[in-house]
Design a protein around this ligand. Structure first.
Ligand code: GTP
Length: 410
């Protein structure tokens, strides 16, 4: 086990400069961020992107005559721009999706957007799997602004469908579009209804994390942002006169909406979260949670995908295992048969040599018995013929002795 002890330095060594090293490196390298905007047609998606980054990524539609038709986004459009603020470079990619809701059947309108997000994860995964992994371009979508029409009712079934599908794949940030068309009271009611729907359908929207070990200022900042979700926003890339000053906003007979005024709308809070305080956090969450889950699913599915010969690898493996087991069983049976045959052969050999031995033993026994009988006959003959000559009897007895030894072994 490794024990960690905290030690005091006896003098400066220099690693307190590490953040500066990272800072310098980051400045040199620059930053990159990909934002997607999704929502019904004409909810002000392109206008908000221009407002967020204070640039005209999309041609302004503000000064169009009321009779002029505002051009619609009809296909997924990707715009990349290098922007710079105080020597910090940001490569910004915006994916503007065609506004949905115009078609008779909008059921599948989420599909191309979903496929675009997955396609970008795929492209990243493909780069990661290359032999040469230098200069990997982060193609992934780091945040998706979902525009909700300012209806004051609850979420539409189409919104629920979209949000449910997207929220598991991307950092989903819901916004109430064109909130200047609602009163403060209506915004409050609408926000509550949206949050109720989000909770009811368990849609995992993005929220800044609140960690207990963060400093109190950060905790409060994050809580203030969370309190504004879903952000009631107003977009404008046009300047209007307000209190004698030029501001980005929208002018009405009843007054002016200043998009950069926190009392007028939640645009500032949205921009703060998206750009000033949580851009890196959004990227980190994309990388560590959303992309990771996509990657795991993809690789697991890949393992199950059909191979070139049109067979599922798992089925193939099972078949091979079965064939191997059958082969082994056959070999075992053959070996057993051979063994039994050899044992039988050995047994029959042993039996025949035993019979042989028995025969020989019987023959020898018969022979000896015959010799014994002969000798017995001789003995009787001698005994009867030489009964009067003791020396002859002695010779005869010694002969008998050698014969009796032979008898004992029988
Ligand atoms: P599609 O590309 O067709 O999906 O439209 P979009 O969602 O990109 O909307 P776009 O930014 O083109 O804006 C459509 C119209 O709404 C334009 O005339 C904008 O001037 C206007 N608009 C944009 N934002 C707002 C807003 O916050 N409030 C009001 N009242 N109008 C807005």
């Amino acid at each position: 086990m490794t024990s960690i002890i905290s030690k005091k330095l006896l003098g400066p060594v220099g690693f307190s400069n590490l953040p500066n090293q990272v800072h310098k490196k980051s400045l040199k390298k620059g930053f990159q961020f990909t934002l997607m905007v999704v929502g019904e047609s004409g909810l002000g998606k392109s206008t908000l992107v221009n407002t967020l980054f204070n640039t005209t990524l999309y041609p302004s539609k503000e000064n169009k005559e009321p009779t002029t038709e505002v051009p619609k986004t009809v296909e997924i459009q990707t715009i990349s721009a290098d922007i710079e603020e105080n020597a910090v470079k940001l490569k910004l990619t915006v994916i503007d999706t065609p506004g949905f809701g115009d078609f008779v059947n909008n059921e599948e309108s989420w599909r191309p957007i979903f496929e675009n997000i997955e396609g970008r994860y795929d492209a990243y995964l493909e780069q990661e799997n290359r032999v040469n992994r230098k200069r990997i371009v982060d193609t992934r979508v780091h945040a998706c602004l979902y525009f909700i029409a300012p209806t004051v009712h609850s979420l539409k079934p189409l919104d629920i469908e979209f949000m449910k599908r997207l929220a598991h794949t991307v950092n989903l940030i819901p916004v109430i579009a064109k909130s200047d068309t609602l009163t403060d009271e209506e915004i409050k009611i609408f926000k509550n209804r949206i949050l109720e729907d989000i909770a009811f359908y368990k849609i995992p929207i993005y929220q800044p994390p609140v960690h207990d070990n963060d400093d109190p200022e950060t905790i409060q900042e994050n809580k203030d942002i969370i309190a504004k979700i879903p952000f009631a926003i107003v977009g404008s890339d046009r300047e209007v006169e307000f209190n004698g000053k030029k501001v980005r906003g929208r002018k009405y007979p009843w007054g002016v909406i200043d998009v950069d005024n926190e009392d007028h709308c939640d645009f500032v809070k949205l921009r703060q979260m998206l750009i000033r305080t949580h851009m890196e956090e959004l990227k980190e969450y994309t990388n560590e949670v959303l992309y990771e889950s996509f990657r795991t699913q993809k690789l697991a599915a890949g393992a199950l995908e059909k191979t070139n010969d049109g067979q599922n690898p798992l089925t193939k493996f099972d078949e091979e295992r079965l064939a191997h087991e059958q082969k082994m069983a056959k070999m075992q049976a053959e070996m057993k048969a051979v063994f039994q045959q050899k044992v039988a052969e050995k047994e029959s050999k042993l039996k025949s040599s035993e019979d042989d031995l028995n025969d020989r033993h019987r023959i020898m026994k018969e022979e000896l018995e015959r010799k014994k009988a002969e000798l017995e006959a001789k003995r009787l003959k001698l005994e009867s013929g030489y009964a009067t000559k003791p020396e002859l009897i002695l010779t005869f007895q010694s002969k008998l002795y050698s014969t009796s030894l032979f008898n004992v072994t029988l």
